[in-house]
Design a protein around this ligand. Structure first.
Ligand code: DUC
Ligand code: ZN
Ligand code: ZN
Length: 462
């Protein structure tokens, strides 16, 4: 099958020009002016942006967590991603305590197999790392799982101690893998939570109020120090506040390879969106939590000057009606997470490009190119170039859309951005040369997505 996209404005992280793209056998084979190749299908993209498909490097599909399982599986989650202009994700496989990483990878491979409609990779969450199993990390890298997430939060569930973190970091020096850190001081937060519960403060808002920004800043600082001691890079996931951002800036000013992502929710929502009556606030319970609103402009500034390199979603959806309700008696039982995989590109375009907070090129960079580079997929993905996978989104900058749970495709009964009007939306989505979304219809097939065997971190860029 061949496909010719004509007259579109091709936008990459560096360029912006009108041209034609010829696609054959899942790849971009030629880019030029007025191409007149014979093609099985032709799309006229005049007046539209033609961008590399979005890459969301932080999703939790079909994940057992907080006494339940995240509501989107690899079919509904990747379909929703495609509707939003995302053509690759990196999800998190979990190595359960006392088991081997390969067991975790096999489990997550089975979850995705036959379901994913776009390409997917995995990070491996490490929950314990006995000396005898250290080589599991090399095994994962050989499989194309070239990044590992460790938790400094969630004691007795996912949290690991500094010694484990240091061992994992040192091991990445051998393989070129990247450690991704959930940086919040879990032990301190645990004490604050216990005190709040003892004082009868059990409403959802106390989830946010018991996880102070200082606890995130401290953990980011410690993660950077441990990576400096190990002599390797570090990537902080879902950075939410200025206290944490300052630690990244400090490290980068010293020349350390410290990287970080923030998530859509921290850029657009704040504590001001909480404090609703009843149990409503449970919809916005995730970790790290929402912060005071003034942090948002700091995060936007961080994105602009590349202190933050990537925007992901931490998509971890739980239905309000029967999953978030697990915490109706106490915020400590609310499954942590929110839905966002479908809205990332729209929110970042409307709130970023239209609001003149970031340029068009930077929008592509933080949602696609930098994720591909950071996580060993570039230039196969994350750009529009001859030889790259034909993961392409035709984006209509003038198309208006109202975000709502009534129309979204995520398997969850609420939206974090309910009622928000955005300008700029997907017109056509192409995944490895195949049109998967057109005219708001899904044209792909369950199971067509491929596992992405990733290379290692490209330390040459920063
Ligand atoms: N934070 C969440 O809110 N959910 C899933 C895991 C995480 O780190
Ligand atoms: Zn996390
Ligand atoms: Zn997460």
């Amino acid at each position: 099958m061949s496909l010719l996209i004509k007259n579109g404005r091709i936008v990459t992280a560096e360029q912006n020009y009108v041209g034609d793209i010829f696609i054959e056998k899942e790849k971009i084979s030629l880019i030029g002016m007025s191409l007149n190749m014979e093609a099985d299908s032709v799309i006229d993209a005049k007046g539209k942006y033609v961008i590399p498909g979005g890459i969301d490097v932080h999703t939790h599909l079909d994940m057992p967590f907080g006494g339940t399982t995240s509501a989107d599986d690899f079919l509904t989650g990747t379909k929703a991603a495609a509707f939003g202009g995302t053509t690759s994700i990196i999800d998190f496989a979990i190595q359960a305590k006392g088991t081997r990483m390969r067991d975790g990878l096999d489990t997550w491979m089975k979850k995705a197999d036959g379901k994913a409609v776009i390409d997917y990779g995995f990070h491996m969450i490490i929950t314990d790392l006995p000396e005898a199993h250290l080589e599991d990390m090399s095994d994962m890298v050989r499989e194309g799982v070239t990044s590992f997430k460790l938790f400094m939060a969630y004691p007795n569930v996912l949290m690991v101690d500094d010694s484990t973190i240091f061992s994992a970091l040192k091991h990445t020096a051998k393989t070129g893998a990247l450690v991704c850190m959930h940086a919040e001081n879990g032990n301190v937060i645990d004490q604050i939570v216990k005190q709040a519960v003892a004082d009868g403060k059990t409403a959802p808002i106390y989830h946010a109020l018991t996880r102070p920004t200082t606890a995130e800043g401290e953990a980011v600082n410690r993660a950077i120090a441990l990576s400096e001691l190990a002599g390797v890079p570090i990537y902080i996931v879902h950075l939410s506040c200025n206290d944490a951002l300052e630690k990244i800036d400090e490290a980068r000013d010293k020349g350390l390879p410290a990287f970080a992502e923030t998530c859509v929710q921290y850029l657009f929502l704040s504590l001001d969106d909480m404090g609703k009556p009843g149990f409503e606030d449970a919809k916005l319970v995730f970790s790290p939590p929402l912060r005071e609103k003034w942090n948002q402009e700091k995060l936007w500034a961080g994105l602009k000057k590349n202190s933050l390199q990537i925007v992901s979603t931490d998509h971890c959806p739980f239905r309000f009606k029967d999953q978030k309700q697990l915490g109706v008696e106490s915020f400590t039982k609310i499954p942590n997470g929110g839905p966002g995989i479908e809205n990332r590109m729209q929110m970042m375009f409307d709130g970023g490009v239209n609001e003149k907070r970031i340029s068009l090129n930077r929008w592509v960079e933080i949602t696609s190119t930098a994720p591909a580079k950071m996580f060993g997929m570039y230039p196969r993905k994350g750009t529009i170039a001859p030889g790259s996978d034909a993961d392409i989104v035709i984006w209509d900058p003038n198309k208006e859309h109202i975000i709502s749970a009534k129309t979204h495709h995520m398997a969850v009964d609420y939206s974090m951005f309910e009622g928000r009007k955005v300008k700029g939306n997907v017109e056509t989505v192409i995944s490895r040369g195949e049109i998967v979304i057109q005219n708001e219809k899904f044209l792909g097939k369950a199971g067509r997505g491929n596992f992405i065997k990733r290379g290692t971190f490209g330390a040459a860029w920063s």
